[in-house]
Design a protein around this ligand. Structure first.
Ligand SMILES: [Ca+2]
Length: 468
């Protein structure tokens, strides 16, 4: 009798699990939202990302919520994995259940390859299997220390390979996909690309260096004031003042790296098709945040301009409208709650993200009315559908942008008396958002630092230039 019940249990469990979609989660590193050909960039070739854009729904206003230290990748990934907002995360996710853990508990086989960045304990807890896991940081992509997850959920040093890490991560994902499975899977592939050092194989590198991409339209030789983060590593990747030539050189490396990753994603998708799971798999493509790379005179992601907090996001697969673009505003921490809703996986305790399913189904066109972003104690920003306010509390400086007429944030209207009401309204909105997020940072100081910054005092870090 016991055996009969066991078999019934097994059968019901299997059929329930079999009805759930697989998930292939492709996550890049430091990739600006404006680097996909199908979404309007004429200077880059991204046939696979284009295919994913056409195959699904593109979110054109998806944001990282910011960072409480210069390594923006770390909090961004902690928010993604936990669904928690910026001031509620622990960067090593200690004691915080992650979404992949809940997927495993709901009958999914979970797998990770690529960059983690939130500590060893949380990765072994979050995924059942893992191959070529990069615990974090940066380094020569041909020599990354990679680890596998053992059956005992321990990390085992694997190898320092002579192969490019981006290819190794794709290989690991392909091996996982080819394994026979009796359960739906969550396959998380986190490329360390196009994060520097940006080392694409020669043919990609040569292509973009032969015809370098133009500088971004909001290129500046240097940032107009001290934003509190001008001496950080990322900003030393090029000398001040920035020249169009050096920005174009960096962009050529950046674009070539993205096209190389695009080719690796193509291999993963071919495998998905070969194993007959393409139609039953939700495919997410996103990145942990953007990058300045010449915009506003900046190079890093340690700022709250759109180019640095805005990330690409597209979701395709069963039940997801194809060829749709939505400007519903969202955070990246809304992604896993969306997948949870689609796969009937309950949220981990503390997850605050909101499912995007109502947007995907066309039930609503709006998601979040306000996006709040923060960077350490030196920057705070809020945006609504049209306006954006950035406050620099350590220098008592405020910027106001009309994103409808000025989406690249070049015309600061904060000092214009005709916009005083807008500044007042958005400052109140920012304070309200801070309260909701448990952010206690005051927006001004009694002892402001100088507004001007002496750029001559910061030499470029010669070693930080990408390895050729
Ligand atoms: Ca990153």
């Amino acid at each position: 009798m016991r055996l009969v019940w066991f078999l019934i249990f097994l059968f019901v469990g299997f059929t329930q699990a079999a009805g759930k979609p697989n998930i292939l989660f492709l996550f890049s590193d430091d990739q600006r939202a404006d680097t996909i050909a199908a979404l309007g960039n004429r200077n880059i070739t991204t046939p696979t990302l284009d295919r994913l854009a056409h195959r699904g729904t593109v979110f054109t206003r998806a944001y990282c919520m910011g960072a409480n230290n210069g390594a923006v990748c770390v909090p961004s990934r902690a928010m993604l994995m936990s669904g928690r907002t910026l001031f509620h995360i622990k960067e090593d996710l200690a004691g915080q259940t992650t979404w992949p853990e809940k997927f495993a508990q709901s009958g999914y086989t979970t797998f990770i390859t690529g960059k983690w960045h939130n500590g060893a304990e949380s990765v072994t807890r979050s995924f059942q299997q893992g191959k070529a896991v990069f615990l974090g940081g940066m380094g020569n992509p041909y020599q990354l220390p990679l680890q596998d997850l053992s059956a005992e959920h321990r990390l085992e040093n694997k190898r320092v390979s002579g192969e490019h890490s981006v290819k190794l991560f794709a290989d690991a994902a392909i091996d996982f996909l080819k394994q026979p499975k009796d359960k739906p899977f969550l396959c998380y592939v986190a490329f360390n690309c196009p994060h520097d050092p940006r080392v694409a194989p020669k043919e990609y590198h040569d292509k973009y260096n032969a015809q370098k991409p133009p500088v971004p339209p909001n290129f500046l030789p240097q940032h107009p004031f001290n934003n509190g983060s001008l001496v950080i590593r990322d900003e030393k990747l090029a000398p001040w003042p920035r020249t169009p030539e050096i920005v174009q050189e960096h962009l050529a490396d950046y674009y070539s790296y993205i096209e190389f990753m695009d080719a690796q994603i193509a291999r993963i998708l071919e495998t998905l098709k070969a194993i007959g799971q393409m139609e039953n798999t939700l495919i997410v493509f996103s990145s942990d945040h953007g990058l300045a790379i010449g915009s506003h005179g900046l190079f890093g992601k340690q700022n709250l301009y759109d180019h640095s907090m805005h990330a690409p996001l597209m979701i395709s697969g069963p039940g997801i409208p194809a060829g749709k673009q939505t400007d519903a505003m969202c955070y990246l921490l809304d992604i896993f709650p969306t997948l949870g809703a689609l796969a009937e996986v309950p949220a981990p305790e503390g997850s605050e993200g909101r499912s995007l399913v109502p947007v995907l189904t066309g039930q609503t066109e709006r998601h979040r009315e306000v996006i709040f972003t923060a960077y350490t104690k030196v920057q705070r920003a809020v945006r609504d559908n049209r306006w954006k306010l950035i406050v620099y509390p350590q220098i008592n400086k405020t910027q106001l942008f009309d994103l409808q007429t000025d989406p690249i944030e070049m015309h600061d209207l904060a000092a214009d008396p005709s916009h005083a009401d807008e500044v007042k309204r958005l400052t109140a909105l920012l304070q309200e958002q801070q309260k909701l997020a448990d952010d206690s940072q005051p927006l001004s100081t009694d002892k402001p630092q100088p507004l001007e910054f002496d750029f001559s005092k910061v030499p470029p870090d010669k070693n930080a230039r990408a390895i050729e």
